[in-house]
Design a binder for this molecule. Structure first.
Ligand code: FEO
Ligand code: CA
Ligand code: CA
Ligand code: CA
Length: 592
């Protein structure tokens, strides 16, 4: 457009126009490749996808549902930029779109059979898939021995302050240290020592029954959103999800899970030192002294931004010494002051209000009830913190605040200035310079600024993208996940734009510095009903990988009448959450 030609943005592509169509779209000059779909074989010997013959056994070997976090690990023994391991989270399932004859979403969840619930359990978790780019096309390496499926039944170890605590013990695991599976893994992160972190988010959706309202843990269940009529009522078939029969099972979820993507036999570890809440993601930065800082959001209206700082520096020379680095350190929660300062408040048992008188007898109680501990410390309630991620180029930390319809003007403050906040916003945290200049992500105090207020400028109250330059056409709604390219530009994926905005979810890019700062431009628009997750800028900025989640998820949509049959568009074939790769037709750098 003429506006873009005169724009100060460094971006080289023309933005997609706004609006919502049934189909996906990408900026001109780019090509979309489907890399892997729900049901495609992952483990050697996996059956081909057949929606009429789904089995739990087959699903446990196939690509899972609702792909979310994406990461790419190069092969240490070579392979260059175009061959590596794709790590993918599988957040949740849509039984109404997976199985025939169950009706819409509400009825389907109550009608699933025991075998269907087992299929859903096997469709959760994560996948590791060896991928390679051949003749320009990204594709899985068939039958790779490096491939892995992690499910809602994969045995995991618990470590850190809550390991073995009475509140983590169950009939099936009297030790409180061995959990079966991981649930609702939304975004994630990685570590400098080459492991992946996957974040358990809305674990409350799986636990229910009359047990949630009784007993001494009832208030704790409530603070984490457990309700009698669970959204995914698996407890009808799997007793451990019925709180009355297993009151401690919910305490074993809501953690960050670490695993080694290079070793398919490694046992994933739930790192309880990082706290228990609805973890959106967990990305890292390194402080000047070598300690590792993990930034985390708790995706709930009026919940908090957290960080964890390891007690020791990581050691690149001795990989084994980093293995349990995430078990010792300090979990803190953010208090944003209206004057632009930010205090990191440590969640340490025995300090301040975190005493036995308030029910915190040990650090285990603090991490299990991290939300209540943060409440008592006076953390700042935010508008649903999703990804929190440091930009490696400018050292600033970007906080995606997706929306909060429940914030009223009376509850607005400087860091959450809009009520109701239907479109969300993005905050920058600016750590102080450490010794020698690099940002000190471990410092106790930082500054913060607003980066952008989402929505359509001129239409949606408070929408704002740059203090000096007028709005472009690329406004966005509901920022969720983000990534940075090697020039330090931000790429923002969106989830859940209000219907009235008439805009499909998508992927947007913007400069973070200079006159083009925060001038978002629309790069990709999702197919009907889908949100865009993952964004992963591949090696050399030559590929953008995206996880297209819940295509066809719309009111009334079901297996027989989905809102879309993306990406196969074959009659009788349901829509399939899939990972796509976007490359430039001329092979060049994405974003130009
Ligand atoms: Fe699973 Fe916060 O999105
Ligand atoms: Ca999601
Ligand atoms: Ca998300
Ligand atoms: Ca979201």
């Amino acid at each position: 457009s003429a506006g873009e030609a005169a724009s100060p943005s460094s971006l080289g592509f023309r933005g997609l126009p706004h609006g919502s169509g049934p189909d996906e779209a990408v900026a001109a000059g780019h090509e979309i490749q489907v890399v892997i779909r729900w049901g495609d074989p992952v483990l050697p010997g996996a059956p081909a996808f057949d929606p009429a013959r789904l089995t739990a056994e087959g699903q446990a070997m196939q690509f899972g549902y609702n792909n979310d976090y994406l990461d790419f690990f190069p092969l240490p023994w070579g392979g260059g930029d175009e061959h590596g391991l794709l790590v993918v989270n599988h957040e949740y399932t849509n039984p109404e779109l997976m199985f025939a004859g169950l009706g819409d979403a509400r009825t389907a969840r109550l009608r699933t059979s025991a075998e269907q619930v087992r299929i859903e359990m096997m469709a959760h978790g994560a996948s590791v898939v060896e991928i390679r780019r051949e003749r320009g096309r990204w594709m899985p390496v068939p039958e790779s021995a490096l491939n892995r499926r992690i499910t809602a039944e994969t045995p995991m170890r618990v470590s850190g302050p809550a390991a073995g605590h009475a509140r983590l013990r169950t009939a099936a695991d009297p030790s409180g240290t061995r959990v079966l599976g991981t649930l609702n893994n939304c975004a994630g992160g990685n570590t400098p020592w080459g492991t992946v972190l996957i974040a358990e988010e809305n674990f409350n959706y799986y636990f229910g029954g009359p047990g949630v309202a009784v007993g001494e843990q009832a208030a704790a269940y409530r603070r984490y959103g457990l309700v009698r009529d669970a959204q995914f009522p698996w407890g009808r078939h799997e007793p451990r999800f019925d709180v009355a029969s297993e009151p401690n099972e919910p305490n074993r979820f809501g953690w960050v899970v670490e695993f080694d993507p290079y070793d398919p036999a490694s046992v994933p570890v739930k790192r309880t030192a990082l706290g228990r809440f609805k973890h959106e993601g967990c990305t890292h930065a390194v402080a000047p002294d070598g300690r590792v800082v993990i930034y985390m959001g708790d995706d709930e209206r009026f919940d908090y931004v957290y960080r964890f700082v390891t007690a020791r520096a990581w050691n690149p020379a001795e990989p084994a010494s980093n293995r349990d680095l995430l078990d010792e350190g300090t979990l803190s929660v953010a208090r944003f002051h209206d004057d632009g300062t930010l205090l990191w408040l440590p969640l340490v048992q025995g300090e301040g209000p975190l005493t036995p008188a308030n029910g915190f007898h040990s650090q285990a109680d603090v991490v299990i009830e991290a939300r209540r501990a943060a409440d008592l410390l006076g953390a700042t309630p935010m508008d649903r913190p999703e990804d929190v991620q440091a930009n490696p180029r400018n050292g600033r930390v970007y906080v995606m605040l997706t929306n909060n319809a429940s914030r009223t003007a009376a509850r607005a403050d400087a860091p959450n200035p809009r009520g109701a906040n239907l479109h969300g916003h993005v905050i920058e945290i600016i750590p102080p310079a450490g010794r020698g200049g690099p940002p000190d992500h471990a410092a106790a105090v930082a500054r913060w600024e607003l980066f952008l207020m989402a929505g359509r400028p001129g239409t949606d109250a408070g929408a704002s993208y740059h203090r000096a330059v007028g709005p472009e056409a690329g406004w966005l709604s509901c920022p969720d996940n983000c990534a940075f390219d090697s020039r330090g530009r931000i790429w923002i994926a969106t989830d859940g734009a209000p219907a009235a905005a008439k805009i499909a979810d998508g992927l947007y890019a913007a400069d973070t510095e200079g006159e083009g700062r925060a001038l978002t431009r629309r790069f990709y628009a999702a197919p009907q009903g889908a949100e865009v997750c993952g964004p992963l800028i591949g090696p050399g900025d030559r590929t953008v990988f995206l996880a297209i989640q819940h295509p066809g998820e719309e009111a009334g949509s079901h297996f027989e009448a989905p809102a879309t049959r993306w990406p196969d568009f074959v009659d009788g074939m349901p829509p399939r959450p899939s990972v796509i790769a976007i490359v430039k037709a001329d092979g060049g750098e994405i974003g130009g």
